[in-house]
Ligand binder design. Sequence first.
Ligand SMILES: Nc1nc2c(ncn2[C@@H]2O[C@H](COP(=O)(O)OP(=O)(O)O)[C@@H](O)[C@H]2O)c(=O)[nH]1
Ligand SMILES: [Mg+2]
Length: 233
Amino acid sequence: MTTEQLTFKQKVLAENQRIAASLRGRYQTAGLLCVNLISSPGSGKTALLEKTLEALGQESPRLRVAVLTGDIQTDNDARRLARYGYPVKQITTGGTCHLDGTMIERHLADWDLNDLDILFIENIGNLVCPSSYDLGEHSKIVLLSVTEGDDKPLKYPSIFFKSDLFLLTKIDLLQYVPFDADEVERNARRIHEGMEIIRSSATAPGGLDQWLTWLHAKLAAVRAGEPALATKA
Ligand SMILES: Nc1nc2c(ncn2[C@@H]2O[C@H](COP(=O)(O)OP(=O)(O)O)[C@@H](O)[C@H]2O)c(=O)[nH]1
Ligand SMILES: [Mg+2]
């Protein structure tokens, strides 16, 4: 990278940081939990959200949740998620490999955050670019499925370092693939000591129970005043 390119990238990231700080303030004022889901394409972000919205819809009282879902092309995911009766918007980036603060700000423009308890953001399928862009969220959550290889935390350390939670997805397929679930957890904790890890499945009964428990605990912490921290450097 030339010096000019480096300076430009630094300016873009600094501007994003400014917008993220403003979003963080708005989430805080509204007492809203914001989580940013990040993974490779196909690891199960939308499937996780589908099952999560379905489960939350059966709870009483019903939490007020909304979803921003990002993709390079198509509104397929927004259509999948809109079935559950919650507000959903697709962010189509047309080529950009991550969501940034401006895109979030723009798509939140006509939602009153005071009317929401949880905002889910499904990032673009990519383990690299989204890790550099703070969206003001309380937590980045990295998903990796059992078909992707247990060495991936070592190959993509930044996103494992910056995420609060690692969801090991598609655990129902473990019996069919050579994948060492204990080893992937060891690798994740080599990068991020003490990282919280949940094994999940969007297809097995009860496969999301631990995730739902985590989500409720996080919401309770935010309501009790836990701040959203700026993304780790
Ligand atoms: N067996 C199994 N398949 C899953 C699971 N989660 C997602 N899938 C499948 O994996 C594919 C990609 O899932 P999707 O949610 O679209 O991934 P995304 O690109 O990360 O949003 C779809 O065919 C899903 O049905 C799971 O827990 N178990
Ligand atoms: Mg998706």
